[in-house]
Structure formats: structure tokens, C-alpha cells
Design a protein around this ligand. Structure first.
Ligand SMILES: [Zn+2]
Length: 328
């Protein structure tokens, strides 16, 4: 049973696993593990506990590491009307939908292999509102449509392909990483996403590796490996491993930007850990600017919600100087 949202007792809120992780790792001192139950109040009375997996530590780039997710411990405790049970029933009923092309069918079946199937992403490039972390916009999330109990609705396209909207870049990154890990090349290529301000685009084209980017790149999730470079008080600078036009690329986050971010402790902890890892994978919705001296590029972002960091594998003592990484 696929569950993307759960009620967190300690936070007294319905959260995604990424929201739970940011809240958990931003709390000082580190709290005991959270208790999650089903979002359905009826299931909650039935003691339908939900387990949070891999959310108590930062995302790491291990080939075998399972992305953080929710898992139903006792699926039988969920009511027949529970939204997650209804969604998984819809998954099982694999009726072809009228007007679907072979690629649509490939995309639909590929998505069923994913925990979190985001269909719509709003990067929210507008100026940040005060005290806003860019989440929980009204109407942001569309859950699987709940059918009316009194009559069957067999061919509602929203029921077969429910839309899942988010503004949370980390959530999108984790879904993308799961797709890359779990799907075949053809399945991965079939996935599309609706991006506000961009339109419908293949997911793998929305995520663009740094080496294929330049100063004209906009409205893409630029991604690449990086090393820790230096601190600027609470702020920091990362040096990307790949270069653009032969010049090094730096990502600078100033102390002011850190100070105004609700989850600064979460970000700071990841940055502090980078030296103990081979590198960090950077995902950023930003732009490139040539430094005034013309000797390097600056990869600029305007809010930390446009940045997601995934730590590389830990450096083993015997492999402190990995041969696979050329200094940039
Ligand atoms: Zn339930």
C-alpha cells in the first residue's frame, strides 16, 4: 500500500516523509522517533500505525539505500474508505483508458513502480513571502480522488492517473532519484512532469547535469557533484566537480540566506558532513553568472528552497583519496 502522507503525532500535522525529515533534523536536541498514523481519522481510531523509514538521517547516495518513505505496518487495519487503500485498489485494477497512446500506457505503468508520483511541480520562483518555506500552499496537494460510495465511477481519468502537485524540490528530487534507480531507460524516458512556467516536459530533461548547462540555462534543476569549499559564517560555498567552458563553478549561500531559512540547521548539518563523504550531489533551480574577474562561474539561487543536497558515499579510511574524482 503506497502512502505519501501520514499524520505525525508529535508535529500534529499531516506531512510527507521529506517534511518529516526536515522537521526532525531541524529540532535540537534530536527528538525520539516520530509516531505516524494514517491520515484517515477512522483508520487512526482503528490504530492504523504507519512506519516512517529512513527519515531520521540525511539522504545519502548509496546504491542500495532505499529513499525515505512511509510504510503501512498492518494494511488490514485501514478502513475500506481509506484514501490509500482506495488508491492501491485503483493501482490493481489496470483498465486501459480510452485514448491512451502506447507511451501513455508505458508512463502510467512505470509510475506505479514509484512510491511518490509527482505530476505537477511549481518551483515558486516568485519573491518569497515572509515566514514562508514555500510549502503548504492552499490546494497544493491533490490526493487520489475519493469515489462516491453510492455509485461506481469506473473510467474517471483522475482516478487512474491522480495528479500530485508539490512545490517541494526535495520531494521532487527524491522521486526522480527513485525513478532513476528503479525504472528501465524506456520507462524513465516516458515520465513527464508539468512545471509551472515551463509546461509539460520529460522528467529527465527537467533535471539537467551541470556539464550540459551554461549561462543560458534557466528553469531546469541543474545537478552535479560538489565538494565543500569554505564557510562564510553560517553560510558556505561549494565547488562543483564539473567545469563550464573550462572554468570552475561555485555555489555560494550567504549567511543572510541561511539566517532567514526555517530549516537552516538541517542544511547546515548536511554541509558540515560533506568532508566525511566523497562528495555531495547538488540539485539547484538557479542561474549561472560569470564572476567579475571572468575566472569562474557562480551558480546562484534566490532561496534555499531551490536547493537540495544528497550526501555521497562515506569516505572509507583506506580510500581517503578516491582516484575517480579529479579535483575541479
Ligand atoms: Zn488508512
Amino acid at each position: 500500500m503506497r502512502i505519501t502522507h501520514a499524520y505525525c503525532v508529535e508535529l500534529d500535522d499531516v506531512v510527507t516523509i521529506d517534511e518529516a525529515r526536515r522537521a526532525y533534523l531541524s529540532t535540537d536536541p534530536t527528538p525520539a522517533r516520530y509516531t505516524f498514523t494514517c491520515t484517515d481519522t477512522g483508520c487512526r481510531e482503528n490504530k492504523a500505525v504507519v512506519s516512517g523509514v529512513n527519515y531520521t538521517f540525511n539522504a545519502e547516495d548509496f546504491p542500495k539505500r532505499v529513499e525515505a518513505h512511509f510504510r503501512a505496518i498492518s494494511p488490514e487495519k485501514h478502513l475500506a474508505t481509506c484514501e490509500w487503500r482506495l488508491a492501491s485498489n485503483a493501482d490493481a485494477a489496470d483498465t486501459p483508458v480510452e485514448g491512451e497512446s502506447p507511451e501513455d500506457v508505458l508512463e502510467r505503468t512505470a509510475k506505479r513502480k514509484l512510491t511518490d508520483r509527482i505530476t505537477d511541480f511549481n518551483p515558486d520562483r516568485q519573491a518569497p513571502r515572509p515566514d514562508d518555506d514555500g510549502e503548504h500552499l492552499e490546494g497544493e496537494e491533490v490526493r487520489p480522488v475519493r469515489p462516491r460510495a453510492d455509485r461506481p465511477r469506473p473510467l474517471d481519468p483522475d482516478r487512474v492517473n491522480p495528479r500530485t502537485r508539490t512545490q517541494d524540490l526535495e520531494r521532487l528530487v527524491h522521486s526522480y532519484r527513485e525513478a532513476r534507480a528503479e525504472l528501465s531507460e524506456a520507462e524513465l524516458r516516458s515520465l513527464h512532469i508539468n512545471v509551472a512556467g515551463v509546461g509539460r516536459i520529460r522528467l529527465i530533461e527537467y533535471f539537467r547535469p551541470l556539464q550540459y548547462c551554461d549561462e543560458r540555462t534557466i528553469n531546469r534543476i541543474i545537478n552535479g557533484g560538489a565538494h565543500f569549499d569554505r564557510d562564510y559564517g553560517q553560510g558556505f560555498r561549494l565547488k562543483m566537480i564539473d567545469r563550464i567552458k573550462g572554468l570552475p563553478v561555485f555555489l555560494y549561500v550567504g549567511a543572510d540566506m541561511m539566517e532567514s531559512y526555517r530549516y537552516r540547521k538541517y542544511v547546515r548539518d548536511i554541509v558540515n558532513r560533506i568532508p566525511a563523504h566523497r562528495n555531495v550531489r547538488v540539485y539547484v533551480n538557479g542561474v549561472f553568472r560569470l564572476a567579475p574577474n571572468g575566472k569562474s562561474w557562480s551558480l546562484q539561487l534566490d532561496h534555499l528552497r531551490h536547493l537540495a543536497l544528497v550526501l555521497g558515499a562515506k569516505v572509507e579510511p583506506a580510500a581517503a583519496a578516491p582516484a575517480t574524482e579529479q579535483p575541479a
